[in-house]
Design a protein. Sequence first.
Length: 338
Amino acid sequence: MEKINAAITGVGGYVPEYIMDNEELSKLSDTNDEWITTRIGVKTRHVLKGEEQGTSVMAIKAVEELLFKTNTRPEEVDLLICATVTPDMIFPATANIVSHATGLVNAFSFDLMGACSGFLFALQTGATYIETGKCKKVIIVGADKMTSLLDYDDRTTSPIFGDGAGAVMLEPCSKEYGVQDSILRTSGAGEQYLNIKSSGSRCPVTKETIDKKWNRIYQDGQVVYKAAVSNMTSTTREIMERNNIEVGDLKYLIPHQANKRIIDAVASRLNIPEVKCMVNVTKYGNTTAGTLPLCLWDYEQKLRAGDKVIFTTFGGGFTWGSLYLIWAYNGREMKKRD
Ligand code: UT7
């Protein structure tokens, strides 16, 4: 029996209308445009404003665009996985809310928490449902409202993050296209360096934990920076070696968008030129599970059937990995939404 592969057959995305530039951020945090630009490479980030506007608002818009672009009737979808660390609520899953709002009446759905690696873990999980023949149409959405977790008094984290969502459709294809290989890793030893201490059952939110700001992101930036560069480099190198991919064969490296310096350091260690790296951290900041699909959303027009791409990511957990995929369609021919 011929092996079934899982191809990405369309991309949708959404970023909120409100754009906060470094000048505005500098009024909320003790920072400045020059520091943020040189140390992180972010100029603007999108912020979801308004009462009771959760991550699902953005994920729904990304999925609606995806259904439109891929000419998919909602009832055809078998599974939706939502990668997020900022669900609307602990339960029900944001995936359930998104599926209901977009009319996916025949799909089961669940959230997957892998922090900045959430989209990649969800992509491999969804691909496996396709490869086994269990599902024919799977939507993977990566979405986060990171500004809901920020403490603007903490200048070491406030300039980094933004809000956004991206979604892809996975469908069966022949072995020339789709997901070819992945190396996915976790280490809970990273817990102490990147966490939100009061956000779950161990230390429930109380007035005291709020006063201590334990319900906001904590990060030891330098430890995370070094671990991100070394681990994204090593899994990408390994996946290139075991699939016989030379730099010249690669169309794009699609790195997690946490810091332009991290992207540059990984690319330089792998001798991958800048022009082969997808970069949009400058305008969106780090949208956590949203970064990788938002890269595809921005670069879709440049992608052609047969292009070899490698995703790589690193985030809280620690979680990290690389995934090798052969692109399955000509982006320019994809239907556009007005
Ligand atoms: O997506 C999840 C994974 N997260 C990441 O991959 C993030 C990894 N870490 C990083 O990207 C970087 O470590 C940061 C962007 C968080 C920080 O950059 P850095 O170059 O490591 O800065 P640093 O922490 O070494 O701080 C250097 C200086 C310090 O001042 P002194 O001690 O040298 O006087 C900081 O107090 O910069 C100061 N500083 C700032 N100054 C202006 C720190 N944050 C700011 C700021 N504005 N926002």
